[in-house]
Ligand binder design. Sequence first.
Ligand SMILES: NC(=O)c1ccc[n+]([C@@H]2O[C@H](COP(=O)([O-])OP(=O)(O)OC[C@H]3O[C@@H](n4cnc5c(N)ncnc54)[C@H](OP(=O)(O)O)[C@@H]3O)[C@@H](O)[C@H]2O)c1
Ligand SMILES: *[C@@H]1O[C@H](CO)[C@@H](O)[C@H](O)[C@H]1NC(C)=O
Ligand SMILES: *[C@@H]1O[C@H](CO)[C@@H](O)[C@H](O)[C@H]1NC(C)=O
Length: 318
Amino acid sequence: MSTLILVLVVVVGVAYIYRHIVVKGKRCTSKAKLHGKTVIVTGSNTGIGKTAAIDLARRGARVILACRSRQRGEAALEEVKRESGSNQVLFMPLDLGSLASIRSFADTFLKSEKRLDLLINNAGVFMQGQTQDGFGMMFGVNHLGHFLLTNLLLDRLKECGPSRIVTVSSMAHNFGKIDFECLNTKRALGTGTSFMEVLQVYSDSKLCNVLFTHELAKRLQGSKVSCFSLHPGAINSELNRSTSSLIVICLKPITTFFFKNTVQGCQTTLHCALQEGIEPLSGRYFSNCTVRDVYAKAKDDAAAKKLWEISERFSGLA
Ligand SMILES: NC(=O)c1ccc[n+]([C@@H]2O[C@H](COP(=O)([O-])OP(=O)(O)OC[C@H]3O[C@@H](n4cnc5c(N)ncnc54)[C@H](OP(=O)(O)O)[C@@H]3O)[C@@H](O)[C@H]2O)c1
Ligand SMILES: *[C@@H]1O[C@H](CO)[C@@H](O)[C@H](O)[C@H]1NC(C)=O
Ligand SMILES: *[C@@H]1O[C@H](CO)[C@@H](O)[C@H](O)[C@H]1NC(C)=O
């Protein structure tokens, strides 16, 4: 009996320590204050975008919540103001699944705001479908929308340097590939709809995020703008909203124990946004608040350039 209790205590103890060290991960330790700085966070009405926005607002930044739903955006606005104790928080509508909406957001922003010090490309979807312009949903929202947004805001970021562009990717990019043939013919990275097929296309879109950052850093050489991509960790968020409830329930024991909460989940984003002295690492990929090496395919110069050019064409920039 007492042995059983001992075993139980040890198991619970190990589980507790595991959750509080490994799952929780590193925290962003930067004490940077952001008074007088302006920040945009896309997809900040929920998940790690919202917790990052709260942290940045607490540090004194003027924070623009760039979200697609007015209702969800305005509800988050109240929460971010309340939680941060700041009134320097604004909602501006941005649907990354519509090139027109992105252009209109950029117009409004550039006309009404003087500065841009930090752009956080955080929004993401895990679902198939099509954007308003007929692109695959995950290619369109996760990559192409942020590609256009970043390019439209680039001059302002350059004027305000030192400034940063942080793009939230995923370790799923390790499983990604870019089928340029499919992109050219179907304007999507893949069209399957089973869970595994959606996961594949999601991973592909996250590889686009890493390659985009790789190419962007080259184009930003000599400017005072640096850029980073990152894996935030596995997080309990609303990213599962389009996943079948059977799969969500089956994964529940794993996600409950092994996944981070959204405060833990925004730490690497904050690290890339705030940590002093990481500018020489521009273009690199971070995880657990640490720079990481990536596979050759995620720093492939030719693929990154090709993706950039096709994205320019698709988004109407070229
Ligand atoms: N959760 C994880 O385990 C995990 C792991 C690795 C990487 N990531 C990445 O982390 C980022 C944040 O994800 P999360 O976990 O916080 O997910 P989340 O809770 O689902 O939040 C995603 C945010 O993106 C917004 N969004 C979706 N489509 C949009 C569009 N067309 N235009 C503008 N905003 C849009 C959502 O807005 P609505 O509320 O209106 O839908 C929501 O605010 C994503 O890029 C995701 O790929 C997450
Ligand atoms: C994150 O880094 C901390 C500190 O180095 C370490 O203890 C933890 O296990 C790491 N977590 C992950 C998921 O890599
Ligand atoms: C998604 O995950 C969250 C957190 O684990 C959970 O509360 C929610 O019910 C899940 N959503 C769906 C649609 O199953």
